[in-house]
Design a protein around this ligand. Structure first.
Ligand code: ASP
Length: 412
């Protein structure tokens, strides 16, 4: 019997994961079926994520170094840079404006009297972290001993070092052809391993979704219902309407065609809540299904996975406004502008791991004098929201690589 395509298997895995999760949730947490089911799902899901993380570091390093080095042939390096950073900033700005507008419009925090919030506020002590301090910490984290960065899986620092290596390879030209060839073969080898890991993806995604759905506390989601709906709604609006529209206007790629090529990565991002863990899949989709040239994809996608996070930017801005709503504070235009910038920095600074946005969120709150403790209300509902925003984060990287490819070609 011929198996359905991997793409189809992943979709089927995701759907059955959600179905089984709902079924287990219905059985109640103490039933033997739920306990055994969750144990098995936890085991398989963890192994799948571990495998992705295992291959992540060699993949990021080789793909960026080779990507940058190969741009040399096109004499387009600076255009790719400009287009990439320009697109990242632009799409995150659109996402933040969308998030701010939605919360201003729907005011989901008004009239909500949460005991949880008051508790959180009670032991509020102003820990100050200014924008300056955040920027300093961020800069400090960029340049790290590459061996330590590789060993610790510090993706941002690896990206930076790989950029240096790539640029040095370009500058040195022929002199380093052996090192370039070695890296190129290393990249091929890594991608081959990614291909093997992907065979496990349908099962891994199913397991992760069983766990996500079965262990989410529905009552908690309902308490913050309006906020949850507004966030998921705007995140989907950005991901299903705005990004595809930008993509279509710039490149002519239709939403359907994009979805077909991108869905493996979107579903993986949703299930893992981690842009970094999804990176091997994203890169595969972009190169193999969406036909972005490896030198562009190898540069845009790993960089995007670390710094381009539309969903996170949208969420951080919206959540800050929501917290202000809850506290009965109206943020004026100037303060909302501060939220705009800190949310962008927060999204850039957040590593692509689950709930990372929650950590940088603290800075956004504090930049306009809101208590960091308010995170206590947001954390328990974060698993579900994180799944949506991570999918949009990854989508932004894929759209970005297509847009950059088009812009660079058009200018050539
Ligand atoms: N989980 C997100 C990601 O990996 C980051 C976040 O928490 O917003 O893209």
């Amino acid at each position: 019997m011929k198996l359905p395509s991997l793409n189809m298997q992943i979709l089927l895995g995701a759907l059955s994961g959600v179905g089984m999760g709902l079924w287990l949730a219905g059985m109640g947490p103490s039933s033997a079926a739920t306990q055994h089911g969750l144990y098995a799902a936890g085991l398989i899901g963890t192994v799948f994520i571990d495998l992705l993380k295992m291959i992540l570091v060699p993949l990021v390093f080789t793909s960026i170094a080779v990507g940058v080095a190969n741009l040399r042939a096109h004499r387009q390096m600076h255009r790719v840079w400009l287009a990439t950073l320009g697109f990242f900033v632009f799409s995150m700005a659109v996402a933040i404006v969308l998030g701010l507008t939605a919360i201003n419009w729907f005011e989901p925090g008004k009239g909500l009297n949460l005991a949880l919030f008051h508790d959180a506020m009670q032991n509020f002590e102003a820990k100050q972290m200014t924008l300056g301090e955040f920027a300093q910490g961020f800069l400090h984290g960029l340049f790290v001993n590459p061996f330590a960065a590789l060993a610790q899986g510090n993706v941002l620092a690896i990206v930076i070092f790989a950029l240096f290596v790539g640029i040095a390879l370009v500058a040195g030209g022929e002199r380093y052809r052996n090192i370039l060839a070695l890296l190129q073969e290393g990249l091929e080898l890594t991608l081959r391993i990614v291909g093997w890991i992907m065979r496990l993806a349908p099962l891994g995604i199913m397991a992760l979704l069983v766990k996500l759905v079965a262990t989410q506390d529905a009552a908690l989601l309902a308490t913050l219902g309006k906020f949850v709906v507004v966030i998921i709604g705007t995140t989907l609006l950005h991901g299903a309407v705005l990004l595809p529209l930008i993509l279509y206007l710039v490149t002519g790629v239709t939403p359907l065609k994009f979805w077909r090529g991108a869905r493996e990565a979107l579903v993986t991002a949703f299930a893992t809540s981690s842009s970094s863990a999804t990176l091997p899949v994203t890169l595969r989709c972009v190169e193999q299904h969406l036909h972005v040239k490896p030198e562009i994809a190898g540069f845009v996608v790993p960089l995007g996975a670390t710094i381009n996070m539309d969903g996170t930017a949208l969420y951080e801005a919206a959540a800050a406004l929501f917290v202000a709503n809850l506290a009965g504070i109206d943020l004026n235009l100037m303060q909302q502008l501060i939220v705009f910038f800190t949310a962008m920095l927060g999204a850039i600074g957040a590593p692509g791991i689950p709930s990372a946005g929650m950590v940088t969120m603290v800075m956004v709150l504090q930049s306009v004098g809101l208590p960091a403790e308010a995170i206590a209300i947001l954390l328990p509902i974060d698993r579900v929201l994180d799944a949506f925003r991570t999918a949009v984060n990854v989508e932004g990287d894929m759209v970005g690589s297509l847009v950059v490819q088009k812009l660079v070609r058009a200018a050539a």
